[in-house]
Design a protein around this ligand. Structure first.
Ligand SMILES: Nc1ncnc2c1ncn2[C@@H]1O[C@H](COP(=O)(O)OP(=O)(O)O)[C@@H](O)[C@H]1O
Ligand SMILES: Nc1ccn([C@@H]2O[C@H](COP(=O)(O)OP(=O)(O)O)[C@@H](O)[C@H]2O)c(=O)n1
Length: 225
């Protein structure tokens, strides 16, 4: 029996496990993978690199169509480039992280990136796992399965400061909460749980448990199609 391409949307705030879970689920089930946060980071990196004032939404809107962003969709090596430059490393700096919420709140930026995301999802013949903040609500409202990951601020800060080689827990927690607040309160397509999303609190689950839970949910959907 041929399976229809399944579309999975995984949303939630920073540090809830979206990237690790999405990559592992996609790899295990032979699906493509799209990190939409990396796309917003890439356009932010381009703004910074081109001297655009990231506190000026009008200046950002005026050039939002300029950078050409190309996203890889292989879960074992996703990759991202801007105008042909590999930016996988530079998009993870503290500077980009602190500016990405302001850039991604600009409607012209969201319109452009949303269109790109929809065309990538439509081209994924074997199905795709797309992770972000507004995938289930705005980008792919007809996704076959929507997951909303949550975790306590303490768990998320501990995970992130572990990655940043012992960065101060309190500072990491405050920065996460500030970004959550900005992402949840913006007018255009804020971070939100879709009404038909399955919420999974990962605070007390291992990454392996979260992966197994999502794989089971996808397989149930595929079986029922
Ligand atoms: N359930 C979990 N338990 C412990 N650590 C986790 C869990 N899920 C993810 N992590 C770790 O937390 C960090 C952030 O995970 P990530 O997948 O990047 O989250 P997000 O994409 O939501 O920001 C990574 O170092 C990852 O290995
Ligand atoms: N679908 C999405 C994904 C990310 N973003 C923005 O991009 C930022 C970085 O996303 P990310 O997924 O890389 O963040 P982390 O989970 O890595 O901290 C978020 O804080 C949002 O401002 C968004 O607006 N919409």
């Amino acid at each position: 029996m041929e399976r229809a391409a399944v579309i999975v949307a995984i949303d939630g705030p920073s540090g809830t496990g979206k990237s690790s879970t999405s990559k592992a689920v996609a790899a295990q089930l032979g699906l493509s993978y799209l990190d939409t946060g990396a796309q917003y980071r890439a356009i932010t990196w381009w703004m910074v690199n081109n001297g655009i004032d990231t506190d000026d939404p009008t200046a950002i809107a005026a050039v939002a169509g300029k950078p050409e962003i190309v996203s890889g969709t292989d879960p074992s090596a996703p990759g991202i480039s801007v105008d042909g430059t590999d930016v996988a490393g530079p998009i993870r700096t503290q500077e980009v992280t602190s500016k990405v919420s302001a850039v991604s709140a600009v409607p012209e930026v969201r319109a452009r990136i949303t269109e790109l995301q929809r065309s990538i999802a439509a081209a994924a013949e074997n199905g795709i796992v797309v992770e972000g903040r507004d995938i289930g609500t705005t980008v792919l409202p007809d996704a076959d399965l929507k997951i909303f990951l949550t975790a306590s601020p303490e768990a998320r800060a501990a995970r992130r400061s572990g990655e940043l080689k012992g960065a101060d827990l309190h500072t990491t927690r405050e920065a996460l909460l500030k970004r959550d607040a900005a992402d949840s309160s913006r007018k255009t397509s804020p971070l939100a749980k879709a009404g038909d999303a399955v919420e999974v609190d990962t605070s007390d689950l291992t990454l392996q448990q979260v992966i197994e839970c999502v794989v089971t949910l996808v397989e149930e959907k595929q079986a029922g199609k």
